[in-house]
Write a protein that binds this ligand. Structure first.
Ligand SMILES: CC(C)(COP(=O)(O)OP(=O)(O)OC[C@H]1O[C@@H](n2cnc3c(N)ncnc32)[C@H](O)[C@@H]1OP(=O)(O)O)[C@@H](O)C(=O)NCCC(=O)NCCS
Length: 157
């Protein structure tokens, strides 16, 4: 049974981080260190930002974050990674919708993210969800923005 929830099991999250690093996905996705200490910190965290997981029983299938609210931003930055053994089953798409709904319920008008242009699977996913890419970071990552406002979405058609 797949569930989306806050990350609370530091051991399971650290195992997930280890799988991400073993697959060298941290080349493309590096929002913070993928260490056991960081997993513990995130699982103890009690602020407004969201560190979330998709779990199946004890296993972390995917990890997602929305952060920036604690730092005073209205628009959070989104990040997502799916366990290498779980890719291609639609988890990322479902989790992205969940993350968007969380952001919207927290009052944010939009979300933003960064993606390397060579990260084809992530870029294709984000484009299919309606993200617009009009800016780049100094290190060449595309900055994507998704409007969460229903009125905007209806107008944009
Ligand atoms: C990007 C990532 C989250 C996608 O996870 P996933 O479980 O494979 O995604 P899903 O099965 O939910 O597929 C969703 C969409 O992603 C895109 N996608 C997934 N794999 C793809 C591939 N190999 N090539 C092109 N598009 C792909 C498609 O748009 C797909 O939709 P479709 O199945 O309707 O065609 C996953 O590859 C990952 O964790 N990568 C490493 C971490 C990372 O790069 N995160 C993003 C940092 S910006």
């Amino acid at each position: 049974m797949l569930e989306f929830r806050r990350a609370t099991d530091a051991v399971a999250l650290a195992d997930f981080f280890a799988a991400i690093c073993a697959n060298e996905d941290d080349r493309f996705f590096h929002p913070h260190p993928f260490t056991s200490d960081e997993a513990q910190r995130l699982c103890r965290y009690d602020g407004r930002d969201l560190y979330l997981v998709a779990i199946d029983g004890p296993r972390v299938v995917a990890y997602g974050l929305l952060r920036g609210w604690d730092a005073g931003y209205e628009v959070p930055s989104l990040g997502i990674a799916v366990h290498p053994a779980e890719r291609g089953s639609g988890v990322a798409r479902a989790f992205m919708h969940f993350l968007h709904t969380c952001a919207r319920r927290n009052g944010s008008p939009r979300v933003r993210l960064k993606v390397y242009p060579t990260n084809t699977s992530a870029l294709t996913l984000y484009q299919s969800l309606g993200y617009c890419f009009n800016e780049k970071t100094a290190d060449g990552q595309l900055i994507g923005v998704l409007e969460l406002n229903r009125h905007y979405r209806l107008q944009a058609g």
